[in-house]
Ligand binder design. Structure first.
Ligand code: 13P
Length: 251
């Protein structure tokens, strides 16, 4: 069975609600130009998740959040529970993005709790891994990704693992214009799949592994052509509907 092809847009802290709704509507409007085989996901800020769910209604575009709380509910001022996200009609949640690890101190311990919350509410996590420049230059990128997988993904049940998307995002390629080469992406994606296989066996063949980091219409096709690259997690280029859709044409 062929793995799911996914193009997911991480809007990060961009767009006010009206802009987000317009962007979502433009993605819907152009969607028919791209192969139905591509699964598009948009991940707006929390404030307009509900309006974006409404804007994509009737299309096959799914909506995801960019994070969720470690706890189910209660006195956690400012946090957003996975149940709230699911109640809006979202299907996905990005967890462990490098910006959250780096700026908000997210650790494997935090992420294990967030993953549990996501699954308890039937959200599919898009779990991010990836090394920074220093780690890449020291040749530690394999070990870093392995640890990020082992410490979190290895705690999942087989059923949970069957509902997981992984995104490999080298920190040095995020928002820098510096993309990993298709060969670098393939090398580490194949390695990540091997690590997954060591724990989950043949189910690892079904797990979509997305590439993220300065992915754009001009480089998507080359990267997506690689055997173990099943799509992309797109930042900047996801803020322009035409570019986001054009990345989907990279398959
Ligand atoms: P850019 O596509 O802007 O480099 O961001 C990638 C990313 O972090 C997606 O989560």
């Amino acid at each position: 069975m062929a793995r799911k092809k996914i193009v997911a847009g991480n809007w990060k802290m961009n767009t006010v609600p009206a802009e987000g709704v317009e962007l979502a509507k433009n993605v819907v409007a152009g969607r028919s130009e791209v192969c139905e085989c591509v699964n598009f996901i948009v991940c707006p800020p929390f404030t307009h998740l509900s309006q974006v769910v409404e804007a994509v209604k009737g299309s096959d575009i799914a909506v995801g959040a960019q994070d969720c709380a470690t706890e189910a509910k209660g006195a956690y001022t400012g946090e957003i529970a996975a149940s709230m996200i699911a109640a809006l009609g979202c299907k996905y949640v990005i967890l462990g993005h490098s910006e959250r690890r780096q700026y908000y101190g997210e650790t494997s311990e935090t992420l294990n709790k967030k993953m549990a919350q996501a699954y308890a509410n039937n959200l599919i996590p898009i779990y991010c891994v990836g090394e920074n420049l220093e780690e890449r230059e020291a040749g530690n990128h394999f070990a870093v990704c392995k640890a990020q997988i082992e410490e979190v993904v290895f705690n999942l049940t087989e059923e949970q693992f069957a509902n997981l998307v992984i995104a490999y995002e080298p920190v040095w390629a995020i928002g820098t214009g510096k993309t990993a080469t298709a060969e670098q992406a393939q090398e580490i994606h194949a390695y990540i799949r091997e690590v997954l296989r060591s724990k989950f066996g043949a189910a690892a063949e079904e797990c979509p592994i997305l590439y993220g980091g300065s992915c754009k219409p001009s480089n998507a096709a080359e990267i997506f052509a690689k055997e173990d690259v099943d799509g992309g997690l797109i930042g900047g280029a996801a803020l322009v509907a035409g570019d986001f859709l054009a990345i989907g044409k990279g398959f």
